[in-house]
Design a protein around this ligand. Structure first.
Ligand SMILES: NC(=O)c1ccc[n+]([C@@H]2O[C@H](COP(=O)([O-])OP(=O)(O)OC[C@H]3O[C@@H](n4cnc5c(N)ncnc54)[C@H](OP(=O)(O)O)[C@@H]3O)[C@@H](O)[C@H]2O)c1
Length: 287
């Protein structure tokens, strides 16, 4: 069974390619096909004729999405649609990646798959449009929503990841301040990739799945744990109002799942265990 991964050099895409035990995987990057170009995506998919198309591409710089809404929609919404149309054209299934930013953060408890969406910014709206457009084109599409991803490759679009920026600053002796009033589900791309492979291997039913390392925390708690594990002092907690932003962000963006357990999937390891594994993978600590 052949699997075509779009965005293979991204943070999640890299781990999907890496954690692929003996599968027939083709990784495609922007130079192979721009997802905003429906014809290019169709040509690529027709060339490889995979059983699954996995779309990990996105315009992920949330603040820039406000400035460039056309590009945000071209990549995040129509890119997902183009992947879905091309997949359907060769009889392949589509797995496309969604985001916690489809929620408004008012729930105050982890969002499950059936919770109503209400994205607060262009990034979240364009990603939600991508989910729906993909599902309309390919009704059995799997939409796997991730959250606050950290992985060895770092988010290409964001120039790294949160953990590395915090460690770099702390190791350089700079003051590190981190917001303590935004709650997230930090998720290790290696673990998310492993779960995506399970969904593919089991030919999971279509629809939305939330895939996170469980146990929500504030960005401050996450940073404090990373620093504690490498033997450095905790950062200074600050309110998010200390960092004026161009966009509205959900204050409580943690995800949970009501769909995975009934299908027999065990929860992923906690974010603390995942963070430790990440720090080992990056060589910051030894096991
Ligand atoms: N990062 C997070 O915290 C987070 C949280 C929740 C959900 N997600 C979702 O998870 C998925 C993976 O995110 P990530 O962190 O792995 O992002 P990433 O590292 O920025 O990877 C995105 C990939 O998309 C590619 N790409 C961008 N525009 C493209 C286009 N027009 N045509 C083809 N490829 C294009 C990028 O290639 P270039 O670099 O060459 O442009 C890159 O390989 C995305 O769907 C994202 O929305 C991410």
């Amino acid at each position: 069974m052949k699997i075509l991964i779009l965005g293979a050099d991204g943070q999640l895409g890299t781990d999907l390619v890496k954690t692929n035990p003996g599968r027939d995987v083709v990784g495609a990057v922007l130079a192979d096909a721009d997802v905003t170009d429906a014809g290019a995506v169709r040509t690529l998919v027709e060339k490889h004729r995979p059983a699954w198309v996995v779309n990990t591409t996105a315009f992920t710089r949330t603040e820039d999405c406000e400035e460039k809404p056309e590009l945000a929609f071209a990549v995040n919404a129509f890119g997902a649609r183009n992947a879905a149309t091309a997949a359907r054209g060769v009889g392949a299934r589509l797995l496309t990646i969604g985001t916690d930013f489809v929620f408004d953060g008012e729930k105050g408890a982890p969002y499950v798959e059936s919770d109503p969406v209400r994205p607060l910014n262009v990034y979240g709206i364009s990603k939600y449009a991508g989910e729906r457009l993909a599902q309309v084109e390919a009704p059995d599409a799997v939409v796997a929503r991730g959250a606050s991803l950290f992985g060895a490759a770092g988010a290409l679009g964001k120039g790294g990841n949160f953990v590395e920026s915090i460690l770099k600053k702390a190791k350089a002796g700079e003051d590190v301040s981190v917001v303590n009033d935004i709650v997230v589900s930090p998720t290790y791309t290696r673990d998310m990739a492993a779960r995506l492979w399970e969904l593919i291997d089991r030919n999971a039913p279509g629809g939305v799945y939330h895939i996170v390392n469980p146990g929500a925390c504030s960005w401050w708690e996450f940073a404090a744990e990373a620093l504690r594990l490498v033997g450095l002092p905790a950062p200074k907690p600050v309110p998010s109002s200390a960092y004026p932003s161009k966009i509205k962000r959900p204050k409580y963006a943690a995800l949970g799942s009501e769909r995975l357990k009934p299908l027999g999937f065990a929860p992923l390891r906690s974010w603390r265990d995942a963070l430790k594994a990440y720090l080992v993978e990056k060589g910051h600590i030894v096991r």
